[in-house]
Design a protein around this ligand. Sequence first.
Ligand code: GLN
Ligand code: ZN
Length: 759
Amino acid sequence: MKVLSHTLGFPRIGPYRELKKAQEKYWNSQITKEKLFNVGYNIRKFNLHKQINNNIDLLPVGDFAWYDHILNTSLMLGNIPVRFQEKINNSIDIDTMFYIARGSIHDKKSLNASKMTKWFNTNYHYIVPEFYKNQSFHFSWKQLLNELDEAIKMDFNNIKPILIGPLTYLWLGNKIQGNNFSRLELIKKILPVYIEILLEIKKRNIEWIQIDEPILALELPKKWLQAFKNTYDNLKNYINILLTTYFGSISHNIELIKTLPVNGIHIDLVNGKDNIEFINKNISKKWIISFGIISGRNIWKTDLKKWYDILLTIKNNRPFLWIGSSCSLIHTPVDLNLELKLNKKIKSWFSFAIQKCKELSLITQAINNNDSSELIQWSKFIHTRKLYKQITNEQVQKKILLIGNNIINNRKNYNTRSLLQKEKLKLPFIPTTTIGSFPQTLDIRKLRSDFKSGFITYDFYKKKMKNYIKNIINIQEKLDLDVLVHGEPERNDMVEYFGENLNGFIITENGWVQSYGSRCVKPPIIIGDISRNKPITVYWSQYAQSLTKKIVKGMLTGPITMLLWSFPRNDISPIEITKQIALALKEEIYDLEKVNIKIIQIDEPALREGLPLKKSEWNQYLKWAIEAFHLTISSTKDVTQIHTHMCYSEFKDIIHSIISLDADVISIEASRSNNNLIKLFKSLNYPNELGLGVYDIHSPNIPSINKIKNFLINALKNISFKNLWVNPDCGLKTRKWEEVIKSLHNMVKATKILRKKIQ
Ligand code: GLN
Ligand code: ZN
């Protein structure tokens, strides 16, 4: 039998971020729904054509989403959070989707948007389904069928629809508080809808469906594992099912998987460490096995020759073999050919989504034809990369060797530091501050891009930037915040900015990937050893500090976030990469201290998402992640106050690591969580200070003084006012100025009322 190629999904933002642009225009009522639909149609058409032109055998349909694919599934099942149900008069459409995701649409009254959280250990965010006891489900939103019909109409006949598996869907959702039941109970009600959908798909003469159950890579509780058998017993016999897993190995669940009534399994061999022989032995020869060997999460060319040798032997004793991307390609940029400025040599090492399709067809054809000559050519570039001098920095390597495993944090203990800092900083109790960025208006973005394109001189750019900073400082003084920031106007993105300024990183022009909804990020690529030539943030921080008597915090992006939000190199370990970044940041801290910056914040919003999928591997990761933080601050003066920021509140599982970071102040998201988090810190006698994110910056809603005050009064039941800071729950760059000013005004006011009460 012929080996087939397929992708697990293709990026849906469009090569030029067409979707983002259209969505945002639609939300601002600048284009009609029809116009928006047209943009989506063109992207889907483009995606299918690009894949077929690159000889992909099975084309994914159902990978498109107007906002998020989990939200698609919620709408498909008619799972609309109760608070939205009344507002939408039972008609579910694309506006319902935006309403749930954003809390408001056009002029409709705003509600609390559904929560958003990270998709496994990626930097993609999905909209968390909300479940209620005794909820019912109906096949409601038929977008998948429409897209199938659309693809059929376009004359594609090798279509493979995609569904999120029912168990993964339930696993990813949240029970709404007060409802005492297990999400798993709902499977009985969901299955009839899935069956209805499978029947509809079958009517269209489709042979295979991809059902994604990535939770099989986790270490699941027993009752969840047990639910698989019954679930798939219900779904069998309608259409061939490719049970699809990704992001990690599944060998630990193989005994279960091999008994399921499905017709094939997809396994991610890039992010998982499954032994191919073991899988091959265990999985029935009647099944197809799809091996994911082209990384859906990184941009390096695949060593096709290496995989050819491995897969050829498998092919010889297995009739049905597919070759695929490791996971959906939504985590990679669309087209390398749009990178016009990249050094040719460096470019030859990369492969974006379209080029990955080419890789898939190259290796599939080579295996089918028993001829690897083209692959040898392809893999050659991977080997020449090692010889490229610019990627090695011997000095850095020596330093890392010297450090070895002896990462010593030279700072004194917290109590000693705290006394020194209190004396120096002289802050009021319950200090107010922000997380770093202020609104990035169109003119700031234009200024940066004009400078990048060489339209304006550095002097002009600097002068304008300083004006922004001055304005931001003025505004914060007027608001009477206690610790100020320079506002980060020079940064397009907190990771990209440092990537631009450190050796070892390169920045693409158009390498965007979706983060959530219309938000895309452009991860830098780590191609070599990392080092710092010159100070990066010092000029701006020093200038901001010169404008005010209040304290201005320096603002850095931490080593773990730098690693996780970049495309890392794959020839050295992530541990080594973070150590290199930590050393560069350490030099930056030294320079900030030299110009008398007294507080430095090291953001680590990605720390939690870096947790391995399997709990048994957590400790190992946390150990090196915390060490990287310690290495960064290892020579910081005791009197310099180190802050860190993380924008999530689920600390329960990693609280001990968070505590061992030993930052002087941690600011965290707290507005959407209840008091449990604060209680948790209390129960562990956490002595350091906590900055509570008292309002949600992801929503345009302005928090009232009362709301913030009550929130704080509640918090003070479990935390001493001596340890408390007040701040928004994340940076403000995506908000409008008018919202920011009003919200911060209320935040400061609420804090002042509280201070009076305590005095
Ligand atoms: N300092 C960054 C900002 O304010 C932090 C962003 C983040 O946590 N994602 O934008
Ligand atoms: Zn944040």
